[in-house]
Write a protein that binds this ligand. Sequence first.
Ligand SMILES: [Zn+2]
Length: 398
Amino acid sequence: MSITDIFTVDIALRTGQNNTHESYLYSHLTGDKIHGVVTVRSHSDVQVDGIEVSFIGEERTILQTGKAHRQFQDIKVLIDEAQLPPGKLFKERHKYHFGFTFEVPDHLSPDVCNHKITSPAIRLAHLRPPPSFGDPSVSGFGGKLKDDYAPPTCRILYTIQATLFRNIPVIDRWNILLVHRIKLRVKPAVDEWPTLDLMSSMNDYCLETDRAIVDSRSKEEYGQLTVALEPPKGFRLPLRDPHSLISNTVNLFLHYRVTGGQSDLPQLQSFRGQIIATTFYTASHYEDVPTKKKDFFGRPKNYCETPFPPFAYSIASLDWAALDDNCYVATLLVPVTLPRLNFIPSFHTCLTSRVYSLDLRLVVPGAAPFHLKAPVHIYAERDPSALPSYIATVGIDA
Ligand SMILES: [Zn+2]
């Protein structure tokens, strides 16, 4: 007879929309209280010396060169002995209920990231709880399961785990009788920090492009056009997955210097843009902001890119202002709206990073297309009423 024939263990979370038990469809935010009940049913009279409930966070990565697993959170609660039945004897056909409460922490325990780093900002980022990532059975938005565009090589999983122990008096050790776990979706707050990516000039970002404007037939040069993209402000995901549109404005500065014969000032023929999600993964750890690595054939080695649906922007004409006889400037304010999809906020852990970029392509008659690419930070609003407790913050046993 196996141990699962003796016990049935269930974990039910009360934290859910409308207090339902469909907690995997609920996004648990920073500071949220996760209330639940462990129900133990015994099919014969058995002694259980202890019950521990844990709130576990772990991540996995798989690369061609190896794989890694790391537990970054393990908050434990031991059920008070006074709540166990008399003599710790679980009687046949009885049901026993044990309540527990966890809080979604704002910081991880400092000992879960102690590798070498190149700047304190990396450590700070690695010590923030990452969002659930890459598990289709919990990934979602509001009450729906929805793709989070994680590659199959990365997974970040949160679980509530109940462990039943039996004491072995001879060696005075607790032996695990049974472990039961359920998954849940966690979406912690992410603050509006500047994108870490801007600190490094890697990852093919391009904030400024110069092009000669030439006559299409004679190839005679009319002038030099510079387009500069201001690094966009972050996109803020509001609390609790509402279906509102999330927009931002990006600023482009155009500078035109006349170098040749008389011609009209340049105008835009088309303007297209796209948000691209990049997920980085390693089997060791990131000391710095991750950078793209490619194999001999130019295929990604340590990252995966997901382009979101492109958008187009049309303007009637550029509003040029003269700086002097030869120079003209114009400014473009372009609204950018995130598609209504399950955007996971930007995050960095020891093994995994999710970052975003905004790619723009401008076509000006007489010049090669202008490609611009800036890192974009997507952050998740913090519930101001939910201040994380010290215990939840440092992850010590309650
Ligand atoms: Zn780390």
